[in-house]
Design a protein around this ligand. Structure first.
Ligand SMILES: Cc1cc2nc3c(=O)[nH]c(=O)nc-3n(C[C@H](O)[C@H](O)[C@H](O)COP(=O)(O)OP(=O)(O)OC[C@H]3O[C@@H](n4cnc5c(N)ncnc54)[C@H](O)[C@@H]3O)c2cc1C
Length: 384
């Protein structure tokens, strides 16, 4: 291969990868989007799009998808902690199942001109003349291709990173693991339009009705207690009871899935002709339900660097991506980290909830954060 086959290869078609592929294909680049699972697929996620995510979709010209897919407006968050309950109005939010959202974003990328390979698994390999090689695998088939720039948007665990890349992933000691399941629409209680968030000493469970009325459960648990309790269903039941929420016996019979350890950092966020985005670039546990917002904002923010990297690659692009990511997403992740820290301390979190109940104005910074007031700083990249 003398010249790269593609301008961009995007590994992973979650919100980060699919939106980046959409934007770049819209700039007339030759984009290959590789996804290892067949869509539609269920994914562990609270499925709540906050103000940041909604605005990023608007900015990308895909805001219309939400109404078309029937995304359910979210008006309130109900927090339960050690028997205390607090209900707050949300500035913005929509609930939409990941199977629908991710499929729609992927279809939008293809409609914009991206080529989708699925179910193919991709791994970044060594350099090639003017580009980067990528190994593609599907069953027994193996292929090598290349691109001027590779975006790794392969989610938690960064399965798309080959061993020769000088990128290290550090998992936080004591990082919680995620778990989730879906209960059919007939299950009572836990009304729609509200995020029901039960908080316990060893984890939390978010319950949200999706556009079809199904009840989506997404949780984060301390690993030792998850094992001691005998699995996610028992851990979720314990958290609901601790929070003072109604029991959900149906969850015991549901099919639960679990994630790897959640809170992690990747360093650096780039290598020669490779940029990381979305969860693949690092993640903080999901109490504030912002991961999709971070993924979508990252997809918009990476576009100018990919465009610059088409002509020539230099190390300053790698440094620019680290700085841009830290400014747009790292600051929001630090806030989320702080909140997760407070929630692990029962005395502190009880005091915070009772103070918020007494003086609701104290919750304004959290709600502003969820609404993404800082998004004005992010503007989508114009194509050249
Ligand atoms: C319990 C829990 C609750 C959450 N709740 C919310 C919430 O309510 N709101 C919110 O905004 N966020 C929430 N999140 C976070 C959110 O789910 C993620 O941040 C978001 O999915 C990140 O998007 P992404 O595109 O980076 O990765 P993903 O959505 O994980 O997509 C990555 C894609 O890459 C594919 N892939 C992986 N490896 C390869 C490979 N080698 N080759 C090809 N394809 C590959 C995967 O199959 C996948 O489709 C939650 C997370 C958890 C764990």
């Amino acid at each position: 291969m003398s010249t790269p086959e593609w301008d961009v290869i995007v590994i992973g078609a979650g919100p980060a990868g699919a939106l980046a592929a959409h934007q770049l294909a819209g700039c007339q680049l030759r984009v290959l989007l590789v996804e290892k699972r067949l869509f539609p697929r269920w994914k562990i996620c609270g499925s709540c799009l906050n103000g940041v995510a909604l605005r990023a979709l608007e900015q990308a010209g895909l805001g219309h998808l939400l109404a078309e897919l029937g995304a359910d407006p979210l008006g309130r968050i109900r927090l339960g902690l050690q028997g205390q309950q607090l209900e707050l109005a949300l500035p913005a939010g929509r609930s939409l199942s990941r199977s629908r959202l991710d499929l729609a974003l992927c279809e939008a990328a293809v409609a914009a001109g991206a080529v989708l390979r699925t179910p193919w698994e991709a791994t970044v390999a060594g350099p090639s003349p003017g580009g980067r090689q990528v190994l593609l695998r599907c069953g027994d088939q193996r292929q090598i291709t290349s691109a001027r720039v590779v975006l790794v948007a392969s989610g938690l665990g960064s399965a798309g990173l080959g061993p020769e890349l000088p990128i290290e992933t550090r998992i936080n000691p004591g990082a919680r693991v995620g778990a989730g399941c879906e209960l059919e629409a007939g299950v009572g209680g836990y009304g729609n339009g509200t995020i029901h968030m039960a908080v316990g000493r060893h984890g939390y469970v978010g319950l949200v009705r999706n556009e079809a009325g199904a009840l989506n459960l997404a949780a984060a648990f301390d690993r030792p207690q998850l094992i001691a309790a005998g699995g996610p269903a028992a851990s979720a039941a314990a958290v609901l009871a601790e929070a003072g929420f109604d029991p959900l016996p149906q969850a015991a019979a549901a099919t639960w899935r679990a994630t790897p350890a959640l809170t992690r950092r990747c360093k650096p966020l780039a290598a020669e002709r490779v940029l990381l985005l979305g969860d693949a670039a690092g993640y903080v546990e999901p109490f504030t339900g912002e991961g999709m917002g971070w993924a979508l904002v990252g997809a918009l923010a990476v576009v100018p660097l990919v465009l610059q990297g088409q002509k020539d690659w230099n190390r300053s692009l790698e440094r620019q991506w680290s700085r841009r990511h830290a400014r747009l997403i790292g600051s929001r992740q630090r806030f989320c980290h702080g909140l997760a820290f407070a929630l692990r301390r029962p005395g502190l979190s009880r005091a915070l909830v009772s103070a918020a109940g007494r003086w609701p104005a104290l919750t304004a910074p959290l709600l502003q954060h969820l609404d993404g007031v800082t998004l004005q700083r992010i503007s989508p990249a114009p194509c050249p």
